[in-house]
Design a protein around this ligand. Structure first.
Ligand SMILES: *[C@@H]1O[C@H](CO)[C@@H](O)[C@H](O)[C@H]1NC(C)=O
Length: 189
């Protein structure tokens, strides 16, 4: 069988699985069922999960009742509504966590932050959550097959639709690439 076919199969499998890797980024619904509201224990909520770069926060609330400001540490601590920044106000505000580090969010409606603890602080970390392997990968897989005169196969250019989420997915892509290669070998053998 021509090695060209092999490359095609690998490319096809990657095309199927790479979008799945992108979707593995988590949407964190802030406050769970309660959503973005007053008198909710956001520190406890945040403590229960890990926020990876590429994940997103969804602030869900009745439009007009609350809003979301991205704050800095001081603004968060003292419930200062950031001046010159526009709040999110849609009632379904999705914020992608594009960079690692601490992030702060507050509600800008008077007293909601200061008296009712409507504020959220999280720490975003690099790397992705482990992705369940798409197929049980057989242990030792010889991969010399992959060295053919591949000039520039599309395999090396995963075209993620959410480029902001792309950086963190390297490890996921590696896992998936190994799995895809293993799968291709099984299919071809
Ligand atoms: C936070 O932003 C305020 C402006 O709203 C600024 O005066 C202050 O220096 C900033 N604090 C930090 C810790 O970045």
């Amino acid at each position: 069988m021509a090695s060209g076919n092999f490359i095609l199969v690998v490319a096809a499998i990657l095309a199927v699985f790479l979008p799945a890797a992108t979707m593995a980024a988590t949407e964190h619904w802030v406050g769970g069922k309660s959503g973005w509201t007053i008198n909710y224990d956001y520190p406890a909520w945040a403590n229960e999960r890990v926020f990876y770069v590429g994940d997103s926060l969804v602030f869900s609330y009745t439009k007009g009742h609350h809003n979301v400001y991205v704050a800095n540490q001081t603004e968060f601590k003292d419930c200062i509504v950031p001046t010159g920044k526009k709040p999110f106000t849609s009632g379904h505000d999705t914020i992608t966590l594009a960079t690692p580090g601490k992030k702060w969010y507050i509600c800008g409606i008077p007293t909601h932050c200061s008296e009712h603890k409507q504020k959220l602080a999280i720490t975003v970390v690099e790397g992705g959550a482990p992705v369940p392997a798409p197929a049980p990968a057989p242990a030792p897989v010889p991969v010399p097959v992959l060295t053919p005169p591949a000039t520039n196969t599309p395999v090396t250019q995963p075209d993620s639709p959410t480029s902001s989420a792309y950086g963190i997915l390297k490890s996921k892509y590696q896992v998936l690439t190994v799995a895809a290669v293993a799968l291709a070998i099984i299919l071809i053998a």
